[in-house]
Write a protein that binds this ligand. Structure first.
Ligand code: ZN
Ligand code: ZN
Length: 265
């Protein structure tokens, strides 16, 4: 299994998951040109992607979706509520999928998990590789950690998880009060502190890589988010790598510099 983010943050989101020859994209917030360039950096041709999984209909997750589906004919896996909120998708490409109902795509199974966020029917995603049993969890926009997420995110090998803002930086930051309130609300985004609580729950000896995602460029900083997560994970069995996903480039978990790694899963 290989996992990397192609973009992560409030401007655009896309994550690549590849296992046993099956390539899946989670979210499509990049336009086709930049998306194709980032995929090329990851050694992947857009035509070889078997499906795109959409977490919710906010623009930073679907900005390039209609164009990409028109161009590359990807099937779109998402909840019915999310699909209903996205314009210009061909009906014959839509795979409406209920929370908790496993959907097999090639060598992988995709499962959607309910999360609280101010969108129609938003989801976190768990992808399991059939052959190796490796599991990756992706959750990037949630106002709080819901009851079911801890169980869904048990025994993961790779976790891509929101660490949106530092609570003090948000309070003292440039955003107007209404926007601060939306972000901090129970249907907005997770703070580093809230993120740490889920990390403590999800941490186990087999968790190989944690990639902190959807970091705010105004109300957070990679070193701040990283330190908070490291503190949260210190008292757990976690022995893996910890990194922050970039807004503007490809991020491989556990990688130093520009190289990429095979997870060997
Ligand atoms: Zn978002
Ligand atoms: Zn959102």
């Amino acid at each position: 299994m290989r996992v990397c983010t192609l973009a992560s943050g409030s401007k655009a989101n896309a994550t690549l998951v590849e296992s046993g020859g099956t390539r899946l994209l989670v979210d499509c917030g990049l336009g086709p040109r930049i998306l194709a360039r980032r995929l090329a950096e990851a050694g992947v041709a857009p035509e070889s992607i078997q499906a795109v999984v959409i977490t919710h209909e906010h623009i930073d997750h679907i900005k390039g979706l209609a164009q990409a589906v028109a161009k590359w004919r990807w099937p779109v896996v998402s909840t019915a509520g999310t699909l209903a909120g996205i314009a210009d998708l061909p009906a014959d490409r839509l795979l409406a999928t209920a929370y908790g109902a496993p959907r097999a795509i090639g060598e992988c199974t995709v499962e959607l998990v309910a999360v609280p966020h101010d969108a129609a029917e938003p989801a976190a995603v768990v992808i399991t590789a059939h052959r190796s049993g490796a599991r990756v969890g992706v959750a990037t926009d949630l106002g709080h950690v819901p009851d079911g997420l801890g169980a869904a995110f048990e025994r993961l090998d790779v976790l891509v998880f929101e660490s949106n803002h530092d609570e003090v930086m948000l309070r003292n930051g440039p955003y107007p009060p209404f926007l601060q309130a939306r972000i901090a609300s129970s249907t907005g985004h997770l703070s580093n502190r809230q993120s740490g609580e889920l990390l403590q729950h999800a941490a186990h000896r087999g968790l190989r890589h944690v990639l902190l995602a959807h970091l705010s460029q105004q109300n957070n900083a990679p070193d701040v988010a990283h330190a908070a997560a490291r503190d949260a994970l210190r008292r757990t069995a976690f022995k893996g790598t910890l990194a922050c996903a970039s807004q503007d480039g490809v991020t491989w978990p556990g990688t130093v510099g520009a190289g990429q790694i095979e997870l060997g899963l």
